[in-house]
Design a protein around this ligand. Sequence first.
Ligand code: CDP
Ligand code: MG
Length: 200
Amino acid sequence: MHPKFERTLVIIKPDGVQRSLIGEIIGRFEKLGLKMVAAKMCVPTAEHVEKHYTLDPEWRRITGEKRVKAAKEKGEKLATEDPFEITAKILEVLIKYMTSGPVVAMVWQGAHATELVRKIVGGTEPRSSDVGTIRGDYVLDSYVMADTDSRAIRNLVHASGTAKESEAEIKHWFKDDEVLDYKLVQESILYDVNLDGIFE
Ligand code: CDP
Ligand code: MG
C-alpha cells in the first residue's frame, strides 16, 4: 500500500471543544496536507472510552511506566510505582474527563499520518511537550497539577500512537461506510510523480 493511504484517529477532547480550539486543531492537520476522511461530534459513554484506551493490551503497563519515568526525572515521589495501580487510577479519571462533554472524533489520511499527527500533537504532558505542538502551545497542564487535583491531564487532543493503534481505534469509533474514499485536488501536488497540469 502506498504511504498516502495511511489513516489515523484524532479526537478533540472535551477541553479542546470548550476552549474553542476545534478550528485551530483541524487547521494544523489541513495545513500539513492531510485529508479528513471522517468526522463526528458526540459525547462518548464510559464503556466506549474504557474500551478505546484498553484496545492495546499493553496500554496499562506502558502508561504506568511512562508516569514513573516522568516522576523520576522531576524528583517527584509517587504513592505507588506499580504501573498497573497507577493506570487503574488514570483510567478512572480519564473516563470522567472524556465523558464530561462533546468531543470531535476524526480520521485523517495521508503519508505517515500516524507519525506526523503525533508530532504535531506533542507529548502527553503539556508542561513538557515541545513548543509548536498543539499540546505545547495551547494549554499548560502538568502531571503534578493533575495528580494534586486527582484528575486527568487536560491536553486537548487524542492521537493514535502507532499504525496498529490507528487501525484498531478507527474501527472502534467509525463504521466502515463512515470513512470516505475521495480525492482532494491538492493531492496531485503532494503525491503525483510529475508536477504537470499547472500551466494553462
Ligand atoms: O494521549 P497520549 O497517547 O499522549 O497518552 P497516554 O499515555 O496514552 O494516556 C492517555 C491519556 O490519559 C492522556 O492523553 C492524558 O489525558 C491521560 N493521562 C493522565 O491523565 N495521567 C497520566 N499520568 C497519563 C495519561
Ligand atoms: Mg496513547
